[in-house]
Design a binder for this molecule. Sequence first.
Ligand SMILES: [Zn+2]
Length: 368
Amino acid sequence: MGAMSAHGSEAEHESLIKVDILPGKGRGLVATTPIAFGTTIFAEVPYLKLEDNFAKLNPPAANALLAQQLRDLDKEDQRSFLQLRNFFPGLYPLLGTFGSNALQIHDSMHAIFRHATLINHDCIPNARYFWDKDTGRQVVRSLRRIDKDEEITVAYIMRGTRAERREMFKTRYGFECTCALCSAPAEVVEQSDARQAIIRKHDALVDSDRIKTNPVACMKSCRHLAYAVKQEYKADKGQSRLYQPFEEAMDTCGRHGDRARVVMFAKLAVASLQLCFGYDHKRTSRVRRLAMHPDTMEGFGTHSMDWETWPHEIPENLGGSQFDEWLWRAGEWAVPVMVKVDDEEWIATCKRLFLKEGWEPDADGSDA
Ligand SMILES: [Zn+2]
């Protein structure tokens, strides 16, 4: 466990997964042993990459470039690549296969991996992956416990109602998703679509401009997102996505001088970041530090100090819904909203975090 396994050897990750043929899906990855949640299942370097945005490349040139790279690979990787599905058959088969399977690892770089490329999609996946620039590896992490022989899945598409996802799968990946959510009864899909609409709406609502001009609306939207995510991704209690609303709420509060809420949201975000990226990842470490030293947040107080608080002002004696209301500044939302606490566990987590761990004042005595 921990940082060492993130850089695990081939032998190590092959002990957790194997390539298997799955009915109706072709190749996929399967767990060879039970995998605990928050485990780095494996991390690997790509064997093929295009350094430019392949969609904009001149097709014959890109195809030739791939042919050249392919020649230099060992037989196993060559065979593996040529067995991948090509959703864009035509004049440039290598480019078509690359485009059908490559993962974006950078703004303008796509790559093919021996194992990560073979992971199939699920709308409620049991794993996620990300490109770790520092180690030059694609890191695959479990979002919940995965049983022996269970398929490892990730979400290729993170957003959208079922109809929108279907359309994207068809045009971008050439398959039809048959995951539990996509094939659920209409009523379940309807509820999921409503949550997906909230999630989608949030992305359009919260940006750096609105954090400056309408921070209260941003807080409201972050809370809606947090609750929608918790409901939608029940399998991991929303932890696979909660870092987004928490980090954004933290940023919003910090930019207006609210240290108490930076501390709270940082603590809440850490749980999710730890699951998604690992304890030692830069992003997790940064937010963990902010839970101790909110003033060191980049951009702290840059928009205003209108919300100025100190960490010791985190209320300790509020009941569930009142604490929730305080946390999200619900009392200031333009439209009065009944804060319905539908999740006692959520509130308990919030309270446990600040009551147990407490805030440690800065060495410079800024707790004064
Ligand atoms: Zn699906």
